[in-house]
Design a protein around this ligand. Structure first.
Ligand SMILES: Nc1ncnc2c1ncn2[C@@H]1O[C@H](COP(=O)(O)OP(=O)(O)OP(=O)(O)O)[C@@H](O)[C@H]1O
Ligand SMILES: [Mg+2]
Length: 698
């Protein structure tokens, strides 16, 4: 270590007599030491200190003086310091022969005696050695100082980190600890703190763990690091963190556990609180989740309940509609039945009384009521799309034009009827009678909506519906013929539009409307593969438009064969008709008519017995069969089987309502259909025409 020049250690010279001092100064300079001359003992004593490198004195200067002050200073030197004294003697020699010199050795410690006269080189050499020795002491001082400084730094760090330091002598079982360390265990700085005190202040639940860690550290040399709870003398519980390592002396002996301890109660409390917070957070999340789930479940229950209520509502609406339907039906039928039964009762009474004059009138009344009842069932069947349609290729424009007179007469003079019809109209495949019925009904509705007169426009045109237009109308894309009837009447509110197709829905007073017109038109349009739509604005008028699918295959509609019954035709002798019907009254009726016409009749009550007859050799000119037959073979199957046996067999089907599906594309040539109920005249005409060979009698 290089010291600044002004602090350079100086040799102290105390040679009070003659030129000794100046000679000594010169010689010491030669030995490499700067020196300072102390003229008296007091100044020498004062100058003694750490920056003296050695002292050169003559024995005679010290003789008879009180060396107490100097000796005290020498004795008070720090441990590293052993200030060398060079004592110049005269005669007498060193302490071994000179008691006075021995006394000096005792008082001054590190003394070298040099007897005068001496060779100057000897003094230079001795001074040089003293200087070297003293320099080594200065180096030791520097090391000690460094050590102290680093110790101070360590202490500062420990203090700043609030770390207590401690050392446990494992073999001796002695614990030494800093004040901070004691504070970690709740002890004051001056309170003794032994290893058993330490053990006693560890929480009983943590003590075993701590001792195991200490043992592991000693035997395996692994670092000791542990957290445990401490019990303070005041009864409170705290947390301590301890880290240590085993150290040994340079011979590998005296193992000690040296380490630091700190109070981590605050950290632990914060961790605990965080932990609790997390736990309650989880709890709160769980709680909230449960709440949400409950709300969700409740919503589901509510939705299910709503759906149930909607179902109930729909059901009740359906029931209301059914009630309306059956109520209307019952009402109308009761009226008609009253007409029939009343007439029959009157008839019976008159027959009993023998009054025959008015019989015709009552029969006529009963027949009229029965006809109206038949028409009513027809309209119902039309609505239910189960009427027996007789589709033919039809020019709707021509059909409408043919009806215009009748329409004008029906609506009356206060209403103008206009009719426009596109040229090159496509044919459609519909039942022309039903279409006429529908058009007439639409015009009557229009008339009823214009009590003060107005205008009806009937338009017929071709339309092509692309997928976007077809879909909302419930149709498949393609070509249609549209028949529209527009009036300038009252119009309909949206809720009336919504219900207008319901059977028996009417806004008209009792007796004026049955509410079956539009429902029938709807059923007819759907059954014909088309659609019907309402556009209406209250106060402005209504357009009701029928869409009927374009009929692609056929060319012009053949004119209907007009079969005016005229006089009932008569049979050729031997002509025989096979009648198959499960209903005896119908069979009897048909056989009766056949007898009147002069035909022979064979009867069967189901398909199988009918087929037996066809298999036999019996003559059969015509098969008249119900379509719905019991016993697993319907009329159509019977006809097919019969034709297989007798090719060209002529067939007349009599049908109620549900068989139209069974009929499909029937009838083909040599076949015809008659819908129940039928007039006997019509039956006779059909039978005659078929036997006579008319290919498609109407
Ligand atoms: N052109 C129209 N203008 C205004 N309202 C109409 C029109 N057509 C039908 N309606 C309304 O629709 C209801 C049902 O008509 P729908 O033809 O089915 O029965 P109705 O005419 O009342 O009786 P029905 O035709 O059986 O004699 C009518 O009562 C009426 O309220
Ligand atoms: Mg109507």
């Amino acid at each position: 270590m290089r010291l600044p020049t002004h602090q350079l250690p100086q040799a102290l010279i105390h040679t009070p007599y003659g030129r000794d001092a100046s000679i000594a100064e010169a010689l010491l300079r030669e030995a490499g030491a700067t020196s300072r001359v102390c003229p008296d003992l007091a100044s020498l004593e004062l100058a003694l200190g750490e920056d003296a490198c050695f002292v050169l004195v003559t024995e005679e200067a010290l003789r008879g003086t009180d060396l107490g002050g100097i000796a005290a200073k020498v004795a008070a030197q720090p441990t590293w310091s052993d200030l060398p004294f060079i004592v110049l003697t005269r005669g007498g020699g060193g302490p071994e022969r000179n008691p006075a010199a021995a006394h000096l050795s005792e008082a001054l410690g590190n003394v070298t005696f040099l007897e005068r006269p001496f060779h100057p080189a000897t003094l230079v050499s001795i001074a040089h050695s003293a200087l070297k020795g003293r320099n080594r002491q200065f180096e030791a001082r520097a090391r000690i100082e460094e050590l102290r400084e680093s110790e101070e730094r360590l202490q500062t760090a420990l203090l700043a980190g609030r770390l207590g330091s401690w050392e446990f002598d494992i073999e001796a079982g002695v614990l030494t600890s800093s004040a901070t360390c004691k504070a970690v265990f709740g002890r004051g700085p001056n309170v003794p703190f032994t290893y058993s005190d330490l053990l006693a202040s560890i929480h009983p639940l943590d003590r075993d763990r701590m001792q195991a860690a200490v043992r592991a550290s000693i035997t395996d040399g692994i670092d000791y690091a542990i957290e445990y709870r401490t019990l303070w003398p005041d009864g409170s519980t705290h947390w301590a963190e301890i880290r240590a390592r085993v150290v040994r002396d340079r011979y590998g002996a005296r193992p000690r556990l040296v380490g630091v301890s700190s109070d981590i109660t605050d950290r632990k409390t914060a961790e605990d609180r965080l932990h609790q917070l997390n736990e309650t957070l989880e709890e709160r999340v769980a709680l909230r989740t449960t709440e949400l789930r409950r709300a969700h479940d409740a919503a589901l229950v509510e939705a299910a309940e709503r759906e149930r209520m909607e179902d109930l509502l729909r059901q009740s609406q359906k029931m209301e509609a059914v009630g309306q339907l059956t109520g209307g039906l019952a009402h109308d039928f009761n009226n008609l039945l009253a007409g029939i039964t009343g007439s029959l009762e009157l008839l019976q009474a008159r027959v009993r009384q023998g009054r025959t004059a008015e019989l015709e009138r009552f029969i006529g009344m009963a027949q009229e009521a029965a006809t109206r009842a038949a028409a009513l069932t027809h309209r119902l069947l039309a609505f239910s799309r189960r009427q027996t349609l007789d589709p033919r290729p039809t020019d709707v424009g021509r059909l409408a034009a043919g009806l215009s007179d009748l329409i004008s007469r029906t609506v009356g003079p206060s209403i103008t009827v206009e009719m426009t019809s596109a040229s090159n109209l496509w044919p459609t495949l519909v039942d022309p009678n039903q279409l006429e019925n529908a058009l007439l009904n639409l015009c009557i509705n229009a008339r009823d909506a214009m009590p003060d007169g107005g205008r009806i426009r009937i338009e017929v045109e071709n339309v092509i519906l692309n997928p976007l237009q077809a879909e909302p109308r419930g149709l498949s894309p393609g070509g249609y013929v549209s028949l529209g009837v527009t009036d300038t009447g009252t119009g309909m509110s949206p809720d009336i539009v919504e219900r207008a197709f319901d059977p028996f829905f009417t806004t008209k007073p009792i007796g004026q409307g049955t509410g079956l017109g539009l429902s029938m038109i709807y059923g007819f349009a759907r059954q014909s593969g088309g659609q019907v739509r309402i556009h209406s604005e209250v106060g402005r008028g209504t357009t009701i438009r029928l869409y009927l699918p374009r009929h692609l295959t056929s060319a012009a509609a053949p004119e209907e064969a007009s079969l005016s019954p005229g006089l009932p035709p008569q049979a050729e002798p031997g002509e025989t008709v096979l009648v198959v019907d499960d209903e005896p009254s119908v069979r009897m009726l048909v056989v009766e008519v056949l007898g009147d016409l002069g035909y022979a009749a064979l009867e069967a009550e189901d398909g199988r017995s009918g087929l037996e007859i066809l298999r036999s050799a019996a003559r059969v000119d015509l098969l008249v069969s119900d379509v719905g037959l019991p016993g697993g073979m319907n009329g159509r199957q019977l006809a097919d089987a019969g034709r297989a046996l007798r090719p060209g067999l002529k067939v007349l089907f009599i049908t109620g309502y549900a068989e139209s599906a069974v009929m499909g594309a029937y009838p083909t040539s040599g076949m015809s259909v008659l819908t129940k109920p039928f007039a006997l005249e019509g039956l006779a005409a059909k039978i005659k025409a078929l036997i006579a060979g008319d290919p498609s009698p109407s």
